[in-house]
Design a binder for this molecule. Structure first.
Ligand SMILES: [Mg+2]
Length: 386
């Protein structure tokens, strides 16, 4: 028995993909030259293929999961719970996965994404219509400045401005000595004043004293948003900082689960929340988290883990359902990754990413490109650990 209301999952394959970056990306924890992700390819009894992408910002430093752990846990523990289930029973499937496997939000989010892709294709609807419907067609996209060299970063920003790709820039910080790092950020902010917005993200590498010292300097230079300066666990410190922060204090690492969001709302620990489908374990739960933030009067932002062209299209389906994003977002992965794995190219123009037409997630994997970049075909480029 088949039909749009029943799409029994017959196969699930987890494929590790390694894509080179256009330039080195200096995160607080490591320097990366490639970006890896796991594609979760599900097939229903009607032959409908749904694909999810579990992407990580170059290894386990951010969330604890790695592409290798995702593949191992999917193959060994999660896939057997999905095989035989109806792709439309996504609530009960995700509940089963949560009961059987603690954490692993990236792996679970990738599976949920593939289930929604199958649902959308079976119903001939875009996934945003399964998540509440479309509220926007495009997203203003910030570009990461992450080489650590202020002069090169100013040139990079000017080039993006000239091409009308980005007029919001986010400095990845936390890898350098805070004094040099703040000086670098202030220089970039002053240089781009009036032409672009400049934001800072130390990825939780500062203590309260450093953050309290840095904040007035960054504000004075024109920085309009600071993201997660303090360690993710220090919510009381985040709340103290928020009280004295005249610009947006965005929490990212501190808000992964719904319970995190509840605690942040109680403490008023931040004034903006970065949403990421992977860290919260799927689009549906991220939607709930966004509603909790908005109900507490805290605005939201669309974050990224530097997804491929595929994952970015998927993120844009989710993002299309978010009406109010006062600071925009940063779905910039495909511009930082040197290779695409999809048949379609994401459309960036006039400083925004535009929603793709089509059913499901609106993107399809190019089989030849996948064959070239899947790790088990012996093509790999590894991030260099410092
Ligand atoms: Mg962040």
């Amino acid at each position: 028995m088949s039909g749009p209301g029943t799409q029994r999952i017959e196969a699930l394959e987890a494929i590790i993909v390694d894509l080179p970056l256009v330039r080195e990306q200096r995160f607080a924890a490591l320097d990366a030259r490639s970006q890896s992700m796991v594609l979760l390819v599900l097939r229903s009894q009607d032959g409908i293929e749904g694909v999810g992408e579990a992407s990580l910002p170059s290894g386990p430093w951010w969330g604890g999961e790695s592409v290798e752990s995702i593949k191992a846990n999917v193959d060994g523990y999660l896939a057997p719970l999905v095989i035989g289930e109806d792709a439309f029973a996504v609530d009960s499937i995700m509940r089963k996965l949560d009961d059987a496997v603690h954490g692993n939000s990236f792996a679970k989010a990738g599976i949920e994404m593939a289930l929604l892709d199958i649902q959308g294709k079976a119903l001939e609807q875009p996934v945003y219509n399964l998540l509440g419907g479309k509220a926007r067609d495009s997203l203003p996209v910030a570009w990461p400045l992450a080489t650590g060299d202020a002069s090169a970063e100013i040139d990079e920003a000017r080039e993006k401005l000239d091409k009308r790709l980005h007029n919001i820039f986010k400095l990845k910080m936390g890898a350098m000595d805070p004094e040099a790092d703040v000086e670098r950020a202030c220089r970039v902010a002053r240089e781009l004043e009036g032409a672009a917005k400049v934001r800072c993200d130390p990825n939780g590498r500062w203590d309260e004293t450093t953050a309290s010292w840095a904040l007035p300097r960054l504000v004075e230079a024109g920085v309009d948003l600071i993201e997660q300066p303090l360690q993710r666990w220090n919510l009381e410190g985040c709340a103290r900082l928020t009280r004295h922060c005249p610009i947006a204090h965005m929490l990212d690492e501190s808000v992964c689960s719904l319970q995190d969001m509840q605690r942040v709302a109680e403490l008023r620990a931040g004034s903006l929340i970065s949403l990421k489908i992977m860290k919260t374990g799927g689009m549906r739960r991220t939607k709930t988290l966004s509603e909790m933030a908005l109900a507490a009067g805290i605005p939201i932002y669309m974050g990224t883990f530097l997804e491929s062209s595929y994952g970015t299209g998927a993120n844009m389906q989710f993002c299309a359902t978010l009406r109010d994003l006062p600071y925009g977002g940063e779905l910039s992965g495909p511009l930082l990754v040197a290779e695409s794995i999809t048949e379609q190219d994401p459309e960036y123009r006039d400083f925004e990413l535009h929603l793709q037409p089509g059913t499901g997630l609106g993107m399809s994997i190019d089989p030849e490109k996948l064959a070239a970049f899947r790790r088990d075909r012996d093509y790999s480029l590894h991030a260099v650990q410092r």
